[in-house]
Design a protein around this ligand. Structure first.
Ligand code: ATP
Ligand code: MG
Length: 333
């Protein structure tokens, strides 16, 4: 079975973007791939975060993964910080990469551009190296990502190639898989910007928020004045984003949805139906999350995942250390 890995940072409350662009995709993949899913808690430290918030976000994220349908019998779910190999390999990769590779990353450039008069946290520059280590430590074949992460996967492949030039056949080059629909859910208040957990509240739907709050956000979502429901992300980014969300939730093709609403003369009807779909999707998840958190099952699931990831990554790191010269080739013979 081919292997796949992905993670989400516990930086804030899990959003509908994370759910549709990442979590729901993982659930589709769990039957066909050996799937490793981790909570990227070390990545969450890239920008300052309060300790209690980090702990709470981590627990909620683990619960949302399972409540959404990840089956812990099939998927290995673990916390990144439980596995020391991630930071160790990250250092080896960093030392083998020139600074310009990091400074050219779009997310780094955006950050610098938007924080001109502030210091830039070094983690902001170097986290693509940690992300590459997350992937390369497990010899994965595929990484499912949203559009925002594509440049980091390209960098990961470049890093692995460069590393292999120096230490032949050490690292396996991964490929990215982009979701067809839902790869980029936009903010409801500014549909030209990505919905993301570390930014504006108004345009973001959070999975565990009271559903009435989320419904209000949909009803108030920025659209246009044409009052016609069809997909045109350039001229109608708001409605196109809502159509994408609708399609991800209902599993229907966007064309089918356009056809359903072709005679509708205001967006209210379409938005109300979208609210019902969202409610139907999120309420059962919210209920399962509360049960899981009370049951203590999450600790056990994370413990099992940690054991698996530890064994695999330790053996991989051993091989790498031997190639690099940090360990004798006869070390464990
Ligand atoms: P942050 O603002 O802290 O970066 P984020 O919401 O972008 O938070 P990440 O932890 O960076 O979340 O990403 C987790 C996963 O969710 C990744 O696979 C990413 O591609 C996906 N993802 C994030 N935002 C969206 C979105 N708006 N639409 C689709 N997928 C998304
Ligand atoms: Mg992000």
């Amino acid at each position: 079975m081919e292997r796949m890995i992905s993670g989400i940072k516990p930086t804030g409350k899990v959003t509908l973007g994370n759910y549709l662009g990442a979590i729901k995709q993982f659930i589709k993949y769990q039957d066909d791939y050996e799937l490793l899913v981790f909570i990227a808690d070390l990545h969450a430290l890239t920008l300052p975060i309060n300790r209690d918030e980090l702990e709470e976000n981590t627990e909620n994220l683990a619960a949302i993964y399972i409540a959404s349908g990840l089956d812990p019998k099939k998927v290995k779910l673990f916390k990144q910080s439980d596995i020391y190999g991630h930071t160790e390999l990250s250092w080896l990769l960093t030392c083998n990469t020139v600074l310009g590779e990091f400074t050219k990353m779009p997310q780094y450039k955006n950050y610098v551009e938007n924080h001109k008069n502030e210091g830039v946290p070094t983690g902001m520059l170097l986290y693509p190296s940690l992300m590459s280590a997350d992937i390369l430590l497990y010899d994965v074949d595929y990484v499912p990502v949203g559009e925002d992460q594509q440049s980091h996967i390209d960098l990961c492949r470049d890093m692995a190639e460069k590393f292999n030039k120096k230490y032949p056949n050490t690292l396996k080059l991964p490929k990215s898989i982009l979701a067809k629909t839902g790869a980029k859910i936009m903010s409801l208040s500014n549909p030209t910007k990505k919905m993301s957990k570390s930014e504006s509240d108004k345009g973001t739907i959070y999975i565990l928020d009271d559903i009435e709050i989320s419904k209000k956000k949909i009803m108030k979502a920025v659209t246009d004045s044409e009052d016609k429901v069809y997909y045109d992300p350039i001229n109608k980014p708001g409605i196109s984003n809502l159509l994408t969300i609708y399609s991800c939730l209902s599993g229907e093709d966007i064309k089918v949805i356009e056809d359903r609403y072709k005679d509708v003369i205001n967006y209210g009807v379409f938005k109300k139906d979208l609210c019902s779909l969202l409610e139907k999707e999120l309420l059962p998840i919210q209920e399962k999350v509360s049960h899981l958190k009370e049951s203590g099952r999450l600790d056990y699931i994370l413990y099992e995942g940690k054991n698996y990831a530890n064994i695999y990554s330790q053996s991989k790191l051993n091989k790498i250390y031997k190639e690099v010269g940090l360990r004798s080739k006869n070390w464990d013979k």
